[in-house]
Design a protein. Sequence first.
Length: 580
Amino acid sequence: MENKRIKKSFKISKKKMLFAVLLVAIQGCILFFNYRKVNIKYPIVYDSGDLMGVFYYAKMIDEFGIRLENPMTGGASGANMYDYPYADSLSFSIVKLIGLFFNNPFAIINLFYFLCSVLIALTSFYVMTRRGVDELLALSLSLLFSNSPFFQMRYTHMWLIPYFMIPIECDIALDVIDDKILGKEQASLKNLLFIRGLVLAFMCGFTGLYYAFFACVLFFSAFLIKTVKDGCVKRSVYSLSFILSTALACLVQYIPNIIFLSKHGSNNQGEMALRGIGESELYGMKFIQLILPRGGHRLASFVRLVGKYNANYPLINENMTACLGLVASLGFFIALLLIIRNDEKQKSEPFLILSVFLVATIGGIGSLFSLLVRTPMRCYNRMSLIIMFLSLIVFGKSLQSAMFRIHNKKIWAVIASVLIVIGVLDQTSTLSNNENVVQIIDDQKSFVHKIEGQLDKKAFVFQYPYVDWPSGGSYKMFIGYLFSDNLRWSYGAMQGREEAVWQKQVASKSIRKMLHDITEAGYTGLYVDKQIYEQRNGADSFQYVFDEVNRLTGEMPLINGMGDLFFWNLKQYVEINDAS
């Protein structure tokens, strides 16, 4: 009898299906409104920071699969990311799937971005209706979550965009707190809700290490809240198995890394090894940033307010994206008020919000955890997404409770429409034109294609100056690979590993010695980024490199239209030196 009731709860009604279709349609309209002038073949934003690395991953996954191995970058040894713990297999698989139909890394990432917004809306709607929010209200609130300020402002950190498992993580945690999982079968293989929780918790480990870690925080918080609520551990200890399930998912993905590290040893110069424990304070969450308007708001007065805060207060970084938006901020304050009310039925979401806040805020439990446990987790401000989702549920339930006597569907339709319009306009800033990047990309593409015309297929090109990957700060050196079909590039070798150490040593030598060493190693082209060189060595320092390479090779370089990229064909230089 118990399982029949559970099986029935798994079914999705036709009404919810229709609302889901409507949800996707409205989300599509919002995307069209915001990005209607975007040329999908070009990126919405284009810079030399993390975003360039995202495009590199997109092309690498499209060409070589989700294991992040690339024989066309990283010099003679090729590139891999086994020193870096990734748990993004689901995200990478979606990219690979899109790549079956598009071979342009920019189009792949744009479509991935849009698809994630739809998936976020759908999982949000599913969980909100499951938590008792009316379908029409859940539709509007789900659209706010899928068009969060975080989503709008994180295009440059694309692997944080697939946060569609966060509603599922919250749902599992709330089920634990509300005692909806345990039945007569208790936590066993006969309990379908328990099995559902284990499966979904396992899936939570495939959209990024951060979101997997946040899931574990939620499950442990639910365990503590439930234990305190019941006054005993017995009926809540099973929830720790959800943590193990998520951790197992991460471990499965990390097996290739473990095998690699067992063969090649640890890398004390790798990205993870260089992170300091104090960075959890640097990238922690601030209460005021939750309730401030988003940067680039449509209202000039809000823009001035945020600008004043950012210009005068410390520790301003990526935590600027932690803003909740107007509607979720109201839900957040309502949640704080509900905590002090004597009504246990309305405290599950507020207690979970409070626990997340205590973990994520600067100087909070996250800082204590980083002090006691060596972990790559440092950007606790990203937990604002959990607070936003739970706050939207609180807002929805509170609105329903305040207007419980209204049964007129037209009134609810008006309320839902107003929430969508006000909320989306508050949370988004139209990014509808990428014409400014078209000329830059076309120039870079033309430059790289000209290089390909001068060299043999799979020829090696040495990139100068040497820049660490992935801690170099600028990933502009990936331009060569992004627009190349058949050349092999030096950039992308993992810092601290043998190939990268050799490249760094060679690049530090005189131009004469460097040219000798790289041609001896098989390189037949020299690619130089003037902008990066002068950033490191001072203005006008590039002129010496230009004159010296010209003199030693007897060749004039190929120069891109923007005048920041230079290429020397070393084939004649190699022939002359071989003859002598």
